[in-house]
Design a protein. Sequence first.
Length: 492
Amino acid sequence: MQFSVTTSTLDKPRAGIRAAGIHHKRKPAAGATVLDAARDGEITALLKAGEMDGEAGSRLLLPTGGSKGNALLIGLGAKKDFDARAARKAAQTLAAALVERPATSAVIAVADFQPRGKDIAWVVHTLVAAISDAAYRFTPFKGKEKTTPVKLDRIQLGVERTEADAAKRACSEAAAIATGVNRAKDLGNTPPNVCYPESLADTAREMAKQHKKLKTTVLDEKDLEKLGAGAILAVGKGSERPPRLIAMEYSGGKKDDAPVVLVGKGITFDTGGISLKPGAEMDEMKYDMCGAASVFGVIEACCELELPINVVGVVTSAENMPDGRATRPGDIITTLSGQTVEILNTDAEGRLVLADALTWVERYKPKAVIDIATLTGACIIALGHQGAAVLGNNERLAKGLLAAGEESGDRAWQLPLWPEYQEQLKSNFADMANIGGRPAGTITAACFLSRYTEDYTWAHVDIAGVAWKSGKEKGATGRPVPMLMRYLLDQA
Ligand code: BES
Ligand code: MN
Ligand code: ZN
């Protein structure tokens, strides 16, 4: 999908569909008024005839434009209620309507979709994200069954001349983020017989070939053994596919600028190991690498935008399988940090692969470390599928992520990391256990990680509830790439 900004009014650019907004009680927004004039009052007449009222979620297609193109009217609801949430909804309605049409191009009256209190950049981001999301298809594994392809491939964002520069900047940012989101979706949706630790390493090497400012390093199982990364190795022991630690160093800033380091959980399939998961919906545990997928997405977006900061993306990847060689409940392992862990449940593997990666990234003397992981089912119980959980050892970083989530519509909510929770991780035999019992499962998982992050500014993002959708629309969402990118853009 190609996104661009145009300053010619809605009746000028050549495009298959011209989209504008109608407020509740048949009140055309500015773009719709221009369209109406270009179409000799056709819109006014249709509104009068009661064809559309402008209610939120409604839409009307005028197929009668001839060379003037089709007009698509989107209901915006009452003007006084048109806030960010309503604007997002309207953008989704618009996106759904656009992708189901056979037209290949569209021009949008951007200001019609701008809620109070938000600037042009925000609307541009919101529209581009919604359209790209609606147009996403994952088809590499469709054999004979044909999926109807999306025809739409060119979107022009119509804005006032005075807003053009801001809109253009936002448009390239949003397009790069959309590329990153799609990358994360693709990786997440790829089946676990095709997506495994070494294949993720290949993806990272590929990306480094394509981008000058990107360098990839891969540690294989022998390197990990030499290093003493006992936790990553313990998780991968039951699999035929050995674990990998992948580092993608993006150097957009000055040489000595401390990098922001992102660490993604990359469990390419989580059976639970010897503490085997129940069978129902186990296929969805292919998404247990969505933290890693979001790291790939962010790094790709940074490359595309040539963001002037340094960012390191680290992926800690293994397949959690039951096997004669697999780690057992009761095993005690030594992590890269030197701390020992009594493994009481092999299904709490994410925190193990993260522990070693979080120790390893000390070498970057990071400005901040953010880990992203589908870490706990408890996170879904706490927040459902609306928001990710954020925890950490630095209020400023945590609040920065929450704000970035709010701004990008990729929301998160903070949970406490009070020291009292640490007691749940006590082990009689090792420095800590890898589980903390039923209460506050998301928090005790973060407590576990906190023991490996004491030397730097750190936040943990649990994305178990937001990284993919179940049911009819099963698929990866690409979250939290938008939140992370908003955070990085605010740093740059
Ligand atoms: N990958 C899962 C977490 C998960 C579960 C994400 C369901 C999304 C949906 C993780 O490795 C896991 O199994 N966690 C356990 C931890 C428990 C054993 C302490 C969990 O949440 O049940
Ligand atoms: Mn697990
Ligand atoms: Zn897992």
